[in-house]
Ligand binder design. Structure first.
Ligand code: FAD
Length: 457
């Protein structure tokens, strides 16, 4: 058995793993990155990027349908799914090529194959052992299903939904979280009859209630059906379709059932438990510096409990690389991680919801909601929604929640405000270009600082 050594060995080349690899290489460390499939992982190949390409195609379809409302003559003739997939796959392929080039430029030793963590700081791939001074576990996540609900045929997860070569007529989406809502949005724009089933009382249940209400109102207008607070009891499929049963006694017939009930940590079968890595409910447990219970073994990304987002993985990867290089980086604040749901309309937030803020600071938390009805650019774009600020008593703004088309692009400023612990009077004097949607954030801060401009009382 050969044994190869490096400063850092990383198991998994997704967002968390490759970010750690690139940053460590920049800091002069030798890096071995082990990936059994494709560099880039879920986000690039089966997640963020292809879904957002579909959402953009969906936006173009909606704009074409609605062109007459702005005086443009256009005829929507339908969706050419082969064309949509070509566009989507082209973007993924270009980014994949770029990423491979970056790995080369950073002189990362990319090992293709399935690795097993064998203890100490060693990972084995096809009989070769790779030993690092440090190891990072970054094996990501998989699409979960419910007990007794087997994926296959007409019962699909997001991976299969992304690879469809036809537009279904009717779909049931199980789960009203980010992934479920995004696919529902795409399909509705493609002309599909969609019903979302969510066991919790509202869509995007992890967001502030304001965001759920706004999104539900918009989905109602878009004729996207949703049933909240109702449990799924079973699904049967045959050649003609799938029949989905609910606890309410109702049955919904569809062509497909998309199971979007969350993602499980991919921590089994790679030797973790056998080597003594502390695991709870499948997740690899770390401290705030992302150290596992074993010396010189770190974990990043979706296998670590918390928000399962690519940019969290990137930041964790960078953090561990800098930690290993002795740079003592600042601990990542989980609630400062921006969250965006890219449906039509979008939902974007950072920091605490009103109810989380009340749990933390008591009932004197103040909020202000600015309606996009007063924002010129949003009117031009024909979008509705709002910006809600949550402020700690005598303290800074601790939560920003936004709903509306393109509000995802405003999250950068919201994140800066949150992370700098800004008071409304710190932000109120900052000038926002007119007419932009950023003005909606500015107006909300003006109002909270006691000097509203374009606000109807
Ligand atoms: C449909 C969908 C849409 C999403 N949209 C967004 C979005 O818009 N924005 C956002 O921030 N996040 C989004 N996400 C989440 C995002 O994709 C994940 O948070 C991110 O990919 C996690 O990165 P990771 O490095 O932890 O894991 P992954 O990206 O899953 O990478 C893990 C890698 O490890 C490899 N691996 C596993 N086991 C082994 C082994 N034994 N040996 C070698 N290699 C192994 C896998 O092949 C994989 O490449 C989305 C996810 C999905 C499914």
């Amino acid at each position: 058995m050969t044994d190869t050594s490096a400063d850092l060995v990383i198991l998994g080349g997704g967002s968390g793993g490759y970010a750690a690899a690139f940053r460590a290489a920049e800091l002069g460390l030798s890096v071995t990155l082990i990936e059994k499939d494709k560099l880039g992982g879920t986000c690039l190949h089966r997640g963020c990027i292809p879904t957002k390409a579909l959402l953009h195609a969906a936006e173009v379809a909606d704009e074409t349908r609605d062109a007459e409302a702005v005086g443009v003559k256009a005829a929507f003739e339908g969706i050419d799914i082969a064309g949509v997939n070509k566009y989507k796959d082209g973007i993924v392929a270009r980014l994949y090529k770029g990423l491979q080039g970056l790995a080369k430029a950073h002189k990362v030793n990319l090992v293709e194959g399935a690795g097993t963590f064998v203890g100490g700081t060693t990972v084995e791939v096809d009989g070769t052992r790779y030993t690092g001074k440090n190891v990072i576990l970054a094996t990501g996540s998989y699409s979960r299903t419910l007990p007794g609900l087997e994926l296959g045929g007409r019962i699909i997860a997001s991976e299969q939904a992304l690879a469809l070569d036809y537009v279904p007529k009717k779909v049931v989406v199980l789960g009203g979280g980010v992934i479920g809502v995004e696919f529902a949005s795409v399909w509705a724009s493609f002309g599909v009859d969609v019903t979302i089933v969510e066991a919790l009382p509202r869509l995007v249940p992890n967001e502030d209630e304001f965001a759920s209400k706004q999104l539900e109102r918009a989905f109602r207008r878009r004729k996207i059906a949703f049933k909240t607070g109702v449990k799924f009891t079973g699904a049967k499929q045959d050649d003609n379709g799938v029949s989905v049963s609910l606890e309410s006694g109702e049955t919904i017939e569809a062509d497909l059932l998309l199971v979007a009930v969350g993602r499980g940590p991919n921590s089994a079968g790679h030797g973790y438990e056998e080597a003594g890595v502390k695991i709870e409910r499948g997740f690899v447990i770390t401290d705030e510096r992302l150290r596992t219970n074993l010396p010189n073994v770190y974990a990043v990304g979706d296998i670590v409990p918390g928000l399962q987002l690519a940019h969290r993985g990137f930041q964790q990867g960078i953090f561990v690389a800098e930690e290993i290089a002795g740079q003592n980086p600042r601990v990542i604040d989980e609630s400062g991680i921006p969250r965006v749901t890219y449906s039509h309309p979008e939902v974007a937030s950072v920091g605490l919801t009103e109810s989380q803020a009340k749990d933390k600071y008591g009932s004197d938390v103040t909020t202000f909601t600015y309606d996009l009805g007063g924002n010129g650019k949003s009117q031009i774009l024909k979008t509705s929604g709002g910006v809600k600020l949550v402020k700690a008593p005598d303290g800074p703004v601790v939560g920003v929640h936004m709903v509306g088309d393109r509000v995802g692009e405003l999250i950068g400023e919201a994140q800066l405000i949150y992370s700098w612990e800004a008071f409304p009077e710190d932000v109120a004097p900052l000038i926002h270009a007119h007419p932009t949607q950023t003005e909606a954030l500015g107006e909300a801060f003006l109002a909270l600082a006691g000097k509203p401009l374009h606000v109807h009382s």
